[in-house]
Ligand binder design. Structure first.
Ligand SMILES: *Cc1c(COP(=O)(O)O)cnc(C)c1O
Length: 469
């Protein structure tokens, strides 16, 4: 499988290089040159497979030529073996033909574990083959950091540095990062905000001299391997609900458009998905595009669903690429306009094409709490605020009651107690067994000034399992 850039200028890469690449050299994102397509018979024959075996069949074409079948099978069995639920991604019924797919049974209780548990193992596999080491730098306002650290803690060839804004993440979220101890794990609390952290990651990618030749790897959702891993659970859900003989609709709590883009790919690979709903919070740039063909940046609004607090949706470029007939020059032009502060609209027929599949809704904090309370009263299911936004959008945008509607349950409610409390629900969700002693565990974290040089010096002097590079 070869991968090409959405801006058309960077060289095509194989899977192994795409795994290590991050952004393409032309500023674009990598996508498969040709998407594999499965027949209905093939998909039907996967019914009843354990999750890791389904994952092998869905993802195998993407890694072909880079990772041997036997190795890939073993990696997948290990990856999904760490999930705390036998079904890995169980479906829970709310009302008639309405479902939540629980994607929060991984180590850090959010769906990001599906991709990052795999990414860490793939990196280690490829790096050990090459005899190389890499450094990962990432910025987090919550879920990504802990999932990335959990995914990389056992990697012998990776040192990971995760920056979070000092005193600005919740205690559960901080502890999920800082209590994972290992000589290759480095938590940095920056005396600044999330944007400061993200800017330092970007600047470090742009000028990697301080790493003395060690490669820097990205773990945010621009990394293709993350998207790839998320395609699998769309197949998993559909197969349980009568697919592929029957269509299924999905509602996806959305920020950077990574998770829902995986659903779009599943459909293009042959899975009959009749509708994809983009569910956003008040940070609604994608809703404004889907409902009114305007892709225009707005200010950041902090909400009760912080993992969807974004101004720009990085993976949306991947959809735009397809909507423009995979014309890289057109995408480079659009992104240039956008960078210069302008928003854009796409041509009417391209927008109409997108609207055949996608609907959208923006849900504010009050409506989020309302939905948490409503669903709890209806069926005793306690939703986290992100999932609640998905359920709200599913109910409002649903096109057909005859088609099963699945909302992606992106996080466990215990991670976001503030929203549960605001919804007026007394039942404090309990920490699952593997985290019950979270508040007693030892924490390890370094507080650093909001200064690029200070951070880069820290990375250079600890980047080789705590020793200098
Ligand atoms: C990351 C995240 C999202 C948003 O996913 P995208 O792929 O960025 O659209 C939604 N909910 C939760 C809980 C998350 O952690």
């Amino acid at each position: 499988m070869r991968y090409i850039s959405t801006r058309g200028q960077a060289p095509a890469l194989n899977f192994e290089d795409v795994l290590l690449a991050g952004l393409a050299s032309d500023g674009g994102l990598y996508v498969p040159e040709n998407l594999p397509r499965f027949t209905q018979e093939e998909i039907a024959s996967w019914a009843g497979l354990p999750y890791h075996e389904l994952a092998f069949r869905v993802m195998r074409p993407f890694v072909a030529g880079s990772i041997a079948d036997a190795d890939f099978k073993k990696i997948l069995e290990e990856t999904y073996g760490v999930f705390a639920h036998n079904a890995v991604a169980p479906l829970r019924q709310l009302n008639g033909n309405e479902w939540v797919m629980e994607l929060f049974h991984g180590p850090t209780l959010a769906f990001k574990d599906f991709a990052l548990q795999l990414l860490g193992r793939l990196l280690d596999h490829v790096l050990s083959k090459r005899g190389e080491r890499v450094v990962i730098m990432g910025a987090t306002s919550g879920d990504t950091g802990s999932a990335a650290i959990e995914g990389c803690k056992a990697c012998e060839h990776v040192d990971i540095f995760i920056m979070h804004p000092h005193n600005r993440v919740s205690e559960v979220q901080r502890r999920q990062m800082t209590t994972i101890l290992g000589e290759n794990i480095h938590n940095i609390a920056i005396e600044g905000n999330f944007d400061d952290c993200q800017e330092m990651v970007k600047a470090s990618f742009a000028d990697q001299g301080f790493l003395k030749g060690t490669r820097l790897v990205a773990v945010n959702s621009i990394n293709w391997a993350r998207i790839m891993a998320q395609i699998v659970y769309y197949f998993h859900a559909a197969l349980q609900l009568g697919g592929p003989a029957r269509s299924v609709a999905f509602s996806v709590p959305t920020g950077n458009f990574g998770d829902i883009f995986a659903g779009y790919l599943a459909r293009n690979m042959g899975l009959p998905i009749s509708q994809l709903i983009v569910a956003t919070n008040r940070n609604d740039i994608l809703h404004r595009f889907m409902s009114g063909n305007q892709y225009v940046k707005d200010e950041l609004h902090p909400t009760l669903s912080p993992s969807m607090d974004i101004m720009v949706s990085s993976n949306f470029e991947r959809l735009l690429f397809d909507l423009h007939g995979r014309n890289g020059a057109a995408i480079a032009g659009l992104m240039d306009t956008f960078k210069q502060g302008g928003g854009f609209s796409v041509e009417e027929d391209r927008w109409t094409e997108a609207r055949k599949l996608f609907d959208s809704l923006a849900v504010n904090d009050e409506q989020t709490c309302e939905t948490i309370a409503q669903v709890y009263a209806e069926c005793g299911e306690l939703l986290d605020p992100h999932t609640a936004i998905g359920v709200r959008a599913a109910r409002e945008c649903r096109r057909s009651l005859a088609i099963p509607m699945v909302t992606l349950g992106t996080a466990h409610p215990v991670k976001f107690p503030e929203a549960v409390e605001k919804a007026g629900i007394d039942a404090v969700p309990a920490l699952p067994p593997h985290l019950v002693d979270l508040f007693q565990r030892e924490e390890r974290c370094t507080v650093l000034a909001n200064d690029l040089q200070t951070v880069q010096q820290f990375v250079a002097s600890h980047g080789n399992r705590g020793k200098p590079l």
